[in-house]
Structures are given as structure tokens and as C-alpha cells.
Write a protein that binds this ligand. Structure first.
Ligand code: 26M
Length: 811
């Protein structure tokens, strides 16, 4: 591990403040100081980055390129210091200068370049790749505006823009001289007969310039520093000259601004924003920049494409970058004169595709006319891929005339042609994986059974994981210290070793220490709750946390229904609970998602009434912490006693929050969905509260749905649903929650709130009873920590590396 020379660090810092920002220490603002500290740390990073790159180049290693529209890194200063091994030293030096180190760490804004699970997974993967010394690189977009900030006004979500780096971030290094030129728009002069040869016929395109900005990815131990390359869009200077010369200054400027908008904003949906042309341009822009960069790196060391798939692996994070299939084909064929069949071999051997969702509404499709306008040449290539694929299918399945319609990339929906991005990704890749065991099975059997039948060997599972460096070491230093004191620090790079903690599950002193740590983390969280919501919560109560994007399938509403149930037991049935409970929520709703936003309002409605009810509020509190984001998750997760993972079975591909909570000692209450199933398998059924219908029961439940049967057979459910419909929780805005009631009672209850209600409330009462036995609860908590080593993203990345990418550690 590295060390820092205090006097050198100090003088570097002072001279950055002075010569970089033009201030004396006395004049410097917090921003100046923060940036200067980061720049001083960068010195330690960049030497290693250069050394790492040289090592890769000298050994001509195979590289993996992870293309993702989202990288949700979270703040970087603390993690970089931890991974460099200089956190404590740096803290001392900075404090000795008279600055407040902890305050600086908290000051860093979250780079929120992602929506949720998919973007955060990409960030965990980069940490694991670098920590294991693997040549794996990220490609993404340098959005000016990250995911919106959420504030709550009168119980409603309001969105504010997140101009995250305010024109400069100390972590973004603009790499001049390495730009990518990206052609877009235009038309095809003669659409016949051009595929397979150099194509000069894509004409009148405009050029966008992709400017790379690198963020260094520091591996744990500091030996390997990889990079995350983010592109910003600019109108090219040629383009400027050309259009400005035409004399129409305003139109020309408008065009320029339009182009530079491409990297302006992250789309704030965690499912789908239908058919927005700008989104397609973004996806294409990313893919074109990434492919340009990947091919350049390869051609630096090779003079033919013969070795391409032995030196390059590309992983597509969902279908968002699926255009890579067409772009790589275009580059090989049009720019490098590779024959179609060879280009196709190279492409499919290089690409892998990860699916993250089964929900039909979230599957990406694009109207063909948008493709034709934005990327006419790519459309042509996709049509040719589809034509060849279809003739193969017809030959292989001559007796099944439905196959071609079910499997084609281009589909005719009543006259409008659409491109199915998942089909493009599957056809163009040698590997297709889901993100948890159950999910990967459902991909094969329900999502694309025809493709599984055709290419069973392509399909595989890679259960998600999370990095213990951020989610234990950074987020929960007290727990990390306890673990290190007990079993040493080998677990940080080999999380399976947490099993060694099991030997201590009968030691009272050890369990006491564990409970004490949980308590401290709860006290810290309680003070954040006080600061952000003005609500006082009792750290002695159960902290039950439901933190994730708001979505109907994630069933924050089911949680709310149970809260109402408990509330009425106290208020009307005079049932005093065994233990006080605090239900804590966090999460953003997509700005256009009416039901999700209404659930936020509903939770605030509950909080408003329950927290003020003197009969209930010593037993029950409800809190919604605004603006859930990585930095807040780092404080919420360690403070949880209970983790809510209650999606409708079959709908959460994996979940990753479930893993973070469990490895921080929270006990899961959850459905048999996504990775919950594997978590249950690891921790054992006594150490998790599983409830609800299973995936193969859901379909028949929906078919046989009968709201009255549920309501008439359960007075408790009826009482809760009546309350949802009534104005108890919205006295000043009568009727606003009707749509929640209607979707459940009259709308078919697609997400099975009623069907799972009883088993959910039962699981909650079991849990509350068990919590009272503090010793036993501590054992459960310990066993969750000790047995969740499987969910390190290091394990996930090793599987990808060995089975799909064929890349090796270089340390
Ligand atoms: C698509 C089109 C236009 C705009 C946005 C999108 C889009 C953005 C993000 C669609 C989906 C997005 O993310 C989906 C996601 O986060 N999925 C989650 O992935 C996690 C990592 O694998 C899983 O753990 C979660 O179960 C899964 O929901």
C-alpha cells in the first residue's frame, strides 16, 4: 500500500490552491479546497494509471469494454483514498492544516450519472475489475445534468436539475486529441446492393464530435488504475464553418446547440421513455464513440482484424448500447473493407449482452422511421442482418411459420415497423446473460424461448454483486473494523472469508459489539432524518428501510398497506405492538410516472397522520427521506435492522440493494424474487423472512383475480383498502388516493398487493416478535453478514471474466 509524504502533500495542496485557483488558503472557498485536495490525490492516481496502461500495452492483453448509458459512481474522494490505502493519513494531514476532512468528504456532490440498479451495478463492476487487476474499461456519456434532485413539497415530489459538476469536476480529465467523429442523419443515396462493400452512399450526414473525459478507476490496493471514459458531444468545427458560411447565423447556432444537447441530460426513467429521438441519438453517440475508441486501441497494436475477438471483449449493459452490433459491422465493412461474413464473425465473437428486465413495457423498441432519419446506414445494416437471420430461421424451422415473426429484429406492427433491440443484441452476441438465477431461467423460458431453443449455449447466468469496498469499508467503517479485528483484512478482496465470522456467533461480547455498531449507525441515521425531515425517530425502534426507485412492481404500496394495518391495530384494536417501529422510505419516481409519484404522496399522507397521533406515535413512525442517492444509501443501509425487498415474484431481475443491506447486517423481509432467492439460500431460512406467492403462482392469480373474494375474506385487508380510498390520509385533498385504490381493487391488481397482503403482515409480526430477543437477533444479523460473501461483485466479475470475456488478472 502507498503512503504519502505529509510535507509534500501539504505543499502540493497549497500550491494548487494558489496557482490552480488563484487564492491563498485564507481566501479559498470550500469548493477551491475540495478541488485542490482531489487534485493533490490525483497525483497519486495518475502515475499508477500510466503504469497500468503500459503494463497492458506491453503484454498486449485482452481488454474488456463495458458499454453503458449509466455509471452511478457516487462520490469518489473517500473511495479513492481507501483504495489507495491513504485514507487515514490523508485525513490527518488535511486536519493538521486546519481543514475539516470529514466535512470535505461530505461536501463532494454525487455524480448521479445513472438511474438506479443498472447504473450502480456498472460502477461496482469497474471497482471489482480494477481491484482484481483486470483490464476492464467503462464507456459512457458525460451528462451535464445527472439524475434530478428530489425535493418534497406538501408531500409531492418535485424535481430540480442536477448540474452535477458545475462545469468542472476534479475527477474528470479531458483527454484532448482523442476525439471521436460521429456521423449522424443524412440519407442513403441508393439503398440497393451496397451492403458488403465500401459504402460511399451515406450522404449529407452531419458530424458530431465526441470528446472523451476520463475518470480514473482506482483498484483496491492501488496497483491497478483503469479508466471510465465519458464522452461529451460537440458540434464539429468543420460543421460550424460550413453552416455559418451559409449566412444564416441563427439557424446555424441553433443546429450547433441542438447537437451539443446530445450529452446534456440523463433520461430519468428506470424503465422506458418511449421513442424519443434524442434518446436514440444518445445511444448511438455513445456506441459510435466507444467503438471508435476500442478499434483505435486495437489497431495501435495490430494491423489486421484477425485477432480482434482474442484481444477485445465488449459487454452491452442492457439493450441501450445494442447499436454496437450495427456500428461495429459498419466500421469493419465501410471503413476497413472487411467482408460481411468475416465482419459478422468478429462482431458476434466480441459482443456479450446482459439483460436486466423481463417487463414487456421496459423492452426497448424503436420505430423504424426514427432509425431511418438518425442512422440510415445502420438501419440498412440491421435489415441485412435480419434478412440473413430470417433465411436461416426459415431453413431451420420450415414447419413453423410463426417463428420468423416471433424472432425477427424488425417487426411489422400494423404497418408501423419497429426495431426490437433485444433481438438485435441476442443475434449479434455470443453470450446472453441474466442477472440472478431465477431471472436467467425466465429469460430462457419466458422472454425469448425461441432464441434459447435455437442457441442454448449462448444463454447463461451471472448473479449480480456489489463492491464491499464501497458498501462495507466505506459505508460502514465500524463494522469493517470489527471484522478486521476478528478475522484480519483478507475479506476485503475475498468476501467469502466473512464465513470465518460464524465461529463467533455464540460469543456474547462479540454480539454485543455488533449490536453496538448497529446502534451507532442508527443514531447517525436518526440525525440525518432529523436534519432532512425534522422528524424525530427513536434509535431503539426497529429501523425498517425500503429504499429503491419507486415502481409499482417494487410495491412500496404494499409496505404502506402493512403500516396502515399496524396503525389501526394500535388505534382501533388497542393492540400494543411488541416493539416500536420506524418505517423509512427513500427513492425517486420517474417524473412522468403518475402512480409512483402518488405513492410518494401517500407515504407522506401516512407520515402526516401517524406521526402526529399520540396514541400511535410512540410505537410507529413513518419517514420519507428525500433525494435518495448513492451518498445517502451509504448512510441509510448500515442503519437498517430490516431490509424491504418485496417485489412481485418474477419482476425484480436481481436487485442489488438486497445484497448491500444483508452484508451490513440487516434482516431481509422479501419475496422469492431475483437474488432474494439466492440470499435466502446462503443465509438460511431462519435468518430471512420470506413471504408471498411464487413466480409460477402469479399468472394464475392474475387470471383468477377476484377483488371481492379477497376483501370479503379478510376484514383486515378490507379495513386497509377502505382507508386507502377514504380521505383519512389526505384530509386537505379529498379523493387524491382513489387511483391507488382503483388500481388494486378495480384494476386487476396486476402487482398482487391483495394476494400477498396476509402473508406479508404475518411475516412482519413474526419479525417484530423475533426482534425482541436481542441476542437471537444479533445472531441472525451476524449470520447475514457472514454468509453473504457470494454477493461481492468480485465473484460476479470473475465469472464474467472466465466464462464470457476470457480476460485475466494482470497482477
Ligand atoms: C430506457 C430507455 C429510455 C430511458 C431510460 C431507459 C432505462 C434506464 C435504466 C431503462 C432501464 C434502466 O434501468 C433498469 C434497471 O436499473 N434494472 C435493474 O438492474 C439491476 C442490475 O442488474 C437489477 O438488480 C434490478 O433488478 C433491475 O431492475
Amino acid at each position: 500500500m502507498a503512503t504519502i509524504d505529509p510535507s509534500r502533500f501539504r505543499s502540493t495542496l497549497l500550491s494548487i490552491v494558489r496557482y490552480g485557483f488563484g487564492r491563498t488558503m485564507e481566501q479559498a472557498t470550500k469548493v477551491d479546497i475540495f478541488n485542490s485536495v482531489c487534485f493533490a490525490v490525483r497525483e497519486h492516481i495518475i502515475d499508477r494509471k500510466i503504469e497500468t496502461e503500459k503494463r497492458y500495452a506491453d503484454n498486449d492483453v485482452k481488454r474488456m469494454h463495458y458499454i453503458s448509458m449509466e455509471f452511478l459512481t457516487g462520490p469518489l474522494l473517500a473511495n479513492n483514498l481507501i483504495n489507495l490505502g491513504i485514507y487515514d493519513e490523508c485525513r490527518t494531514i488535511v486536519n493538521d492544516i486546519g481543514l475539516d476532512f470529514d466535512d470535505l468528504i461530505e461536501f463532494e456532490p454525487d455524480p448521479a450519472l445513472g438511474n438506479g440498479g443498472l447504473g450502480r451495478l456498472a460502477a461496482c463492476f469497474l471497482d471489482s475489475l480494477a481491484s482484481m487487476g483486470m483490464p476492464g474499461f467503462g464507456y459512457g456519456i458525460n451528462y451535464d445534468y445527472g439524475l434530478f434532485h428530489q425535493s418534497i413539497i406538501g408531500g409531492y415530489q418535485h424535481e430540480r436539475p442536477d448540474f452535477w459538476y458545475n462545469k468542472s469536476s476534479p475527477w474528470l480529465m479531458r483527454m484532448s486529441g482523442e476525439k471521436a467523429m460521429v456521423p449522424v442523419f443524412g440519407r442513403i443515396e441508393d439503398s440497393e446492393d451496397m451492403v458488403g462493400e465500401y459504402n460511399p452512399m451515406w450522404v449529407e450526414w452531419k458530424l458530431i464530435v465526441g470528446r472523451p473525459h476520463d475518470i480514473a478507476v482506482v483498484g483496491y490496493g492501488g496497483k491497478t488504475v483503469n479508466r471510465l471514459r465519458l464522452f461529451s458531444a460537440w458540434a464539429s468545427e468543420d460543421f460550424d464553418i460550413q453552416i455559418f458560411n451559409e449566412g444564416d447565423y441563427y439557424r446555424a447556432l441553433e443546429d450547433k446547440i441542438r447537437f451539443e444537447n446530445i450529452s446534456k441530460i440523463l433520461y430519468p426513467s428506470d424503465s422506458r421513455d418511449s421513442g424519443k429521438e434524442l434518446r436514440l441519438v444518445q445511444e448511438y453517440f455513445l456506441v459510435a464513440c466507444a467503438v471508435h475508441d476500442i478499434v483505435s486501441i486495437y489497431l495501435n497494436q495490430h494491423d489486421s482484424f484477425d485477432m480482434f475477438h482474442e484481444k477485445v471483449a465488449i459487454q452491452l449493459n442492457d439493450t441501450h448500447p445494442a447499436l454496437t452490433v450495427a456500428e461495429l459491422m459498419r466500421v469493419l465493412i465501410d471503413l476497413h473493407f472487411v467482408e460481411w461474413d468475416d465482419a459478422w464473425q468478429i462482431t458476434t465473437r466480441t459482443l456479450g449482452y446482459t439483460n436486466h428486465t423481463l417487463m414487456p413495457e421496459a423492452l426497448e423498441t424503436w420505430p423504424m422511421h426514427i432509425f431511418k432519419k438518425v442512422i440510415p446506414r445502420h438501419l440498412q445494416i440491421i435489415q441485412e442482418i435480419d434478412r440473413r437471420f430470417m433465411s436461416m430461421i426459415k431453413e431451420k424451422y420450415p414447419d413453423d411459420p410463426e417463428k420468423p415473426r416471433r424472432m425477427s429484429i424488425v417487426i411489422d406492427n400494423n404497418g408501423e415497423k419497429n426495431i426490437r433491440m433485444a433481438h438485435l443484441a441476442i443475434v449479434g452476441s455470443h453470450s446472453v446473460n441474466g442477472v440472478a438465477a431465477i431471472h436467467s431461467e425466465l429469460v430462457k423460458t419466458r422472454l425469448v424461448p425461441d432464441f434459447y431453443d435455437l442457441w442454448p449455449e449462448k444463454f447463461n447466468n451471472k448473479t449480480n454483486g456489489v463492491t464491499p469496498r464501497r458498501w462495507i469499508l466505506r459505508a460502514n467503517p465500524l463494522l469493517a473494523q470489527l471484522v478486521c479485528d476478528t478475522i484480519g483484512d483478507g475479506w476485503i478482496l475475498d468476501l467469502g472469508r466473512l464465513r470465518e465470522l460464524e465461529a463467533h456467533c455464540k460469543e456474547t461480547a462479540f454480539l454485543e459489539r455488533l449490536l453496538m455498531i448497529k446502534r451507532k449507525n442508527k443514531v447517525r441515521l436518526a440525525s440525518i432524518i432529523k436534519e432532512t425531515t425534522y422528524i424525530e425517530v427513536d434509535p431503539e425502534s426497529i429501523f425498517d428501510i425500503h429504499a429503491k426507485r419507486l415502481h409499482e412492481y417494487k410495491r412500496q404500496l404494499l409496505n404502506a398497506m402493512n403500516i396502515i394495518h399496524i396503525y389501526f391495530q394500535i388505534r382501533d384494536d388497542n393492540i400494543i405492538p411488541s416493539v416500536p417501529r420506524t418505517f423509512i422510505f427513500g427513492g425517486k419516481a420517474a417524473p412522468g410516472y403518475f402512480m409512483a409519484k402518488l405513492v410518494i404522496r401517500f407515504i407522506h399522507g401516512l407520515a402526516e397522520i401517524i406521526n402526529k397521533d399520540s396514541k400511535a406515535n410512540e410505537w410507529l413512525k413513518v419517514v420519507f427521506i428525500p433525494d435518495y442517492r448513492v451518498s445517502l444509501a451509504e448512510k441509510m443501509i448500515p442503519g437498517a435492522d430490516v431490509s424491504e425487498q418485496i417485489s412481485t415474484a418474477g419482476m425484480e431481475a436481481s436487485g442489488t440493494g438486497n445484497m448491500k443491506f444483508a452484508m451490513n447486517g440487516a434482516i431481509t423481509i422479501g419475496t422469492l424474487d431475483g437474488a432474494n432467492i439466492e440470499i435466502a439460500g446462503e443465509v438460511g431460512e431462519e435468518n430471512i423472512y420470506i413471504f408471498g406467492h411464487k413466480v409460477d403462482e402469479i399468472e394464475s392469480l392474475r387470471r383468477e383475480h377476484d377483488a371481492d373474494r379477497f376483501l370479503n375474506s379478510s376484514p383486515a385487508l378490507k379495513r386497509v383498502m377502505d382507508a386507502v380510498r377514504s380521505d383519512i390520509f389526505c384530509p386537505d385533498e379529498p379523493g387524491i388516493f382513489k387511483p391507488l385504490y382503483d388500481s388494486i381493487v378495480h384494476g386487476g391488481d396486476y402487482y398482487c398487493h391483495m394476494a400477498d397482503f396476509q402473508s406479508y403482515t404475518d411475516a412482519h409480526s413474526r419479525l417484530a416478535n423475533d426482534y425482541m430477543d436481542r441476542h437471537n437477533w444479533a445472531v441472525k444479523s451476524l449470520l447475514n453478514i457472514a454468509r453473504t460473501g457470494k454477493f461481492s461483485s468480485d465473484r460476479t466479475i470473475k465469472e464474467y471474466a472466465e466464462e464470457i470475456w476470457k480476460i485475466k488478472s494482470q497482477i
